[in-house]
Design a protein around this ligand. Sequence first.
Ligand code: URP
Ligand code: ZN
Ligand code: ZN
Length: 472
Amino acid sequence: MGSALIKNGTVVTATETMHADVFIENTMVVAIVASGIDLGLVADRTIDASGKLVIPGGIDVHTHMELPFGGTFAADTFETGSRAAAWGGTTTIVDFAVQTKGESAMEGFEAWMAKAEGECAIDYGFHMITGDINEQTLKEMDMLVDEGVTSFKMFMAYPGVFYSDDGEIVRAMQKAAENGSMIAMHAENGIAIDVFANQALARGETDPIHHGLVRKSVLEGEATHRAIRLAEVTGAPVYFVHLSALEALEQVILARDEGRNVFAETCPQYLLLDLDNLGNGFEGAKYVCSPPLRDRAAGHQERLWRGLKTDDLQVVSTDHCPFCMGDHHTFGVQKQLGRGNFAAIPNGIPGVENRMELIFDAGVSGGRINPNRFVEITSTTPAKMFGLFPKKGTIAVGSDADIVILDPDRTHTISVDTHHMDVDYSAYEGREVTGKVETVLSKGKVIVADGLYHGRKGDGDYLRRGTTMMLR
Ligand code: URP
Ligand code: ZN
Ligand code: ZN
């Protein structure tokens, strides 16, 4: 593969900002030296990063490529979704393999490994959705940890689909406490939500806006509280996925103040979009995801931004789960499945390509967080949270050369016309952002440069993850 030198950039890690040159040999960073000092090393390729930020590649720990959901499949395959991620400066994804009711978890894992094998543009790992907790699954959780699947997603939402009751959650948490894995929790009280949803539909309230109205933020807070207390009595660490509501964040803060191993991510949609996006008739279907977008006036969004600043929230992921408004070329009807019934709209929003630029724009360019914190929440902590650090998540000697060169001053407009995700709309259509991902290296190979993609499917390898490094 050869060597590369990234010269004259501002190298930003979670802890340092330095005007430095980064020398890469094959897949790895081998030297970082203050700019201007002659390394005496000759590289096959020199990349001038003057005026640019040189940051660790993004790590998106919440994606759903080809997720079967609501009678269809998420529109991006591992090929298209991981390539789009690369375009947007993300060089690692952790996706969710699925065990459905009556299936073995190991078989689910193997099926997802087969889907991803030879398809990915960037490195990838898996969490496991455990949809059926029984004696066999509990044994398989140990086997999966050995395979590098060290986190298990459980759902307090979606009764009849992925839902687990409190007893199942307790049993999985006991296992996680024993084998060092993490429970990743979708915290919404799905039983209560279904009552409100059915009542709304019976009143003829069928538009997407009602998805947002029936999935009340208090019910996310309640589920978060319950999961924290179940984690307390079992000793398991718990990571709340796609946290959207201030009531949920309050519970996380209380638990963290008690010194508990409680962690949480939020997503760009909860930081930037709101309940109003679910209005405008069926157009709102573009924004149907769970938990739903929240009422801006109630203060959720500003509370989430503050939580990111104060480390009450540790990670920004995307929950990338795209469904087309029109027919998908392979998977057919998607969002339209819920025309006339908001509860049948496949849940999910596209975003894997946009996360780095959206958060840089609103966070760093917008003055809410500094560049080091940006790196921490988009790369370093995700790597530590899910057992990938220091191979991933930083620019350091010995780390994989997953590196993004970002122009902090370049402004551009997000649009379906220019994105690479295999979905027919952008949730951020027309949004102008400052900060542009220009060059992307994955394990030392330049895969995006000068507006062109130079990678290939199969460049990405499976990552056998370790257990979390975040325990307190
Ligand atoms: O709406 C969402 N979040 N779709 C993906 C599945 C999930 O709950 O993460
Ligand atoms: Zn979820
Ligand atoms: Zn998800």
